[in-house]
Structure formats: structure tokens, C-alpha cells
Ligand binder design. Sequence first.
Ligand code: SF4
Ligand code: SF4
Length: 317
Amino acid sequence: MFNPTEIIFAVTTACNLHCPHCFVNREPNNLSADEAIQFLESVHNSTNSSIEKVGFSGGEPFLTIPFLCDVIKASIDMDFMFDRIMTNGDWWKNEDDLKTSLQRVYDAGYDGKIGLSYDNFHGQNEDRIVTFIKNVWEIFGTDALEIQSVNSTSTLPSISKKLKSLSERLNLGYEENISDSGRGIASLSDEGHFIPAYIQTESYQADDPRAFRDSTWFREDYCESMGQLLFIHATGDIAPCCGFANESQPLLIGKVTDTFDAVLEKAGRNRMVKICYEEGLSKQATLLKKKGKLPGKTSDACTLCDLLCRQGGMERP
Ligand code: SF4
Ligand code: SF4
């Protein structure tokens, strides 16, 4: 069942980087802090809500610090906890700008994680990322940072080399456990510092020639790993997850100007939400295969979800 426990505000579509694997719609859009707070109030006042946490994504959320500070303060007033602010860590002009910006977010009361997207696709300068991490440690604490990396199974160098190099620059030890599929976890640590790094492989949209070329199917998890949340796009559209197909029209379940109860009600009537959270996407894969409509296997549930959204209709037995 779809029962979201978190809200992620994708604060803006603006970003200082241009990563080749980015799925963010780059038309200029910014969420309004007033509308975001109004939506949070409707969550807070609803008797149907299981929402406990608030997180921030983008675009690059640190390009909209006034929004972050306003929504952080309102979230604290309403007793929400924080999950993470996802950032590329490379948005600041100079170290003074970096320190001031981080301090403003800290002073607003933010005590969640700083999630750093760091890999070969983002291609940040290592010196600047070392500076970013040291300043995060200084202001938020030495366990406040975590890394999310996308590994490439094709052309780019492996993520291990990049993470190992970063750990050496930070004088930290390095351990990793990465499977043959390229997914896994690493840790950069010493006695006083700990940075977990969560490693995923690149996702492919359904029309990408590299999609549906896997030797195994995804594990059905009813979107527990990427879902059970309300992802509020910078356009104000609301999706039921942070999977890459979450800008697809068939997955949208409301607007930030709706009430939380109205969004939940729309989600209850949404066919894609029912498939992803109740029936299971693997059932759709079986139906599509029987009808000869599957181009191959994918180990990424969101790729199949994207295919279904593009087809605009779902298979029925
Ligand atoms: S940092 Fe994130 S939002 Fe910006 S281009 Fe890269 S993937 Fe897209
Ligand atoms: S499979 Fe679909 S609903 Fe589930 S996380 Fe991926 S995009 Fe979202």
C-alpha cells in the first residue's frame, strides 16, 4: 500500500552542473516557500498522515538558501525530522560563500544529513569537494555527510578509484563491497569521521538502447527503496517516489497547492501507484512478455515503470 513517510522538496530545477545522466527537467522552475509550508501544514493537520521526515533535492537546493531556511524553520515548528539535503557540493563561489551558506542552513535548525552526489558523471573538481566536505564536518559534525554515487558499467572509469582517491585526500581509511552488477556500499572513515557511500548503477529510460539489456530482472520490492514518499517537483507537481520516472504524467498525484488528504486520495485512484505499490511491477513484466511487448530484461524497476508510463496504459490479465 502507498503510505508515504517522507516529503522531498525538489526546490529548483536550476543547477550549476550539467551531468550527462541527469533526468531533471531543466526548464526554469522554483518552488514557492509559502506553498511548500502551506502543504506541510496540511500534512501536519491531517489525521491520515504518516509523514515524519522532510528532505530537499533539486536541481541544486543550495542555490535557493532562503527557501531552505524558511521551510527548515517551519518543519521544526511542526515537529518534522529531517532526512537529507542532496547536493553536488560544487555550487559555491569561494570558501567564505561556502561557510556562510552552510552556516545559514545550520542556524535555521537543520540537523539532517548532507547527501553529496559524487561520481564520474558529476565530474566535480576533487580539491573543491575536499573543501566542501571539511566545511560540512566543521559546521554539521563529522558524521553528517554521506555520498551517493552512480557507477558506470560501460565507458567511464569505475567509482572505486574516485572514492579511494577522495579518502586518501581526507586521510581516511577506505573499504568497499561492490557486487559484479556495480552496486554496493563503501565507507570512508577513521576513529572520528564516517562517510558511507551508497553506489548505484546508471538508470536508463525505456527508449534508451541500453535499457532492457540485463541478464536478470529487478527484485520486486514494491518501490520500498525509492518510494513511500511525496516528491514535490519544482513545478509543484507531486509524484509518489524519487525514481527517475517520477516526472511522467501517469505517476503524478497532485500539486503542492492541493491538501495532503486530496493528494492521498488521488494516489489511491492512480493506476500506476496501484501497480507499483500493490500489484507489483513484475506482474506487468509477465503480462507484457506474454504479449510479446517486452524488448528484454531490466534489473531496474524504474525502467519498466517508465515503459508503462510511456505506453500510457497498463496491461491487464
Ligand atoms: S548535479 Fe544533479 S541536478 Fe545538477 S546536473 Fe547533475 S544530476 Fe542534474
Ligand atoms: S518503479 Fe516507478 S513508482 Fe517505483 S520508484 Fe521507480 S519510478 Fe517510482
